[in-house]
Design a protein around this ligand. Structure first.
Ligand SMILES: *Cc1c(COP(=O)(O)O)cnc(C)c1O
Length: 230
């Protein structure tokens, strides 16, 4: 099946309120362009440098889509990142939030961010530890930064062949999300929790059942990758 057919099939299959982020790592401009031409509206990139290349390669099309940072953001790449990304899904520390806020202020921008949770407590993954109190603490701190707007939570979840094994982790993330939404975090103009970004190619169905409204898909749309970066 073509990229277009893959995208359209999944778009039809998942509920309309669920947003699809194309995980574009290792993909060519033509591949990403095909998905965008088929209606995909959000491109997720893991590295700032690759995002810049793709942004340039796509020309005018770049401005017709939204860009999400879905990989770890290094501080020295923030200024460049701010020129491309609409949402940074991977904020996992006060330090990073503070650095983003400072640079956003200088650039006179409000940056939309998600907190990434390391829901499986995996040492190889970034993210806040999977405890409500830790996530809430960061959320409250972000709410005090006037140039950041907290709009969601993101998690990867452990990689396993069996998506049912990830279900409890998705449940836990949804639980943190719901509690946080009800926490009445101060400075609410800066906090509007509405997105729960979880689910990838092998797990998006389970993730949606557990309350995800944003899935990040690579393989099921583009086919398998030669080198897996995760
Ligand atoms: C690669 C990647 C995905 C998508 O992975 P697939 O299994 O190819 O769908 C989703 N989220 C992040 C953060 C990724 O790096």
């Amino acid at each position: 099946m073509s990229i277009k057919e893959n995208y359209l099939k999944i778009r039809e299959e998942v509920p309309g309120h669920v947003k699809i982020v194309l995980a574009a790592k290792t993909r060519t401009k033509n591949e990403v362009e095909e998905a965008v031409s088929s209606g995909a509206g959000i491109i997720g990139e893991n590295y700032v440098q690759e995002a810049e290349k793709m942004y340039q390669a796509l020309g005018d099309k770049s401005k017709s889509v939204k860009w999400h940072m879905i990989g770890g953001l290094q501080k020295n790449k923030i200024n460049k990142a701010l020129r491309i990304f609409d949402i940074v899904e991977t904020v996992d520390s006060l330090k990073l939030a503070d650095a983003l806020n400072k640079r956003a202020k200088r650039a006179e921008k409000i940056v939309r961010v998600f907190i990434e949770i390391n829901i499986g407590s995996e040492i190889t993954k970034i993210g806040v530890k999977p405890e409500y109190d830790a996530v809430k603490k960061l959320a409250v701190n972000i709410s005090k930064f006037w140039n950041l707007k907290l709009e969601g939570l993101m998690t990867m979840g452990p990689r396993t062949g069996n998506p049912e094994k990830i279900r409890p982790y998705f449940k836990k993330t949804k639980d943190i999300f719901d509690r946080l939404k009800n926490a009445n975090i101060p400075n609410t103009p800066n906090t509007d929790l509405k997105y729960l970004s979880m689910g990838m190619s092998n797990s998006y169905k389970v993730a949606i059942q557990e309350g995800s409204n944003m899935i990040r898909l690579g393989t099921v749309i583009f086919g398998s990758r030669n080198s897996d970066l995760n």
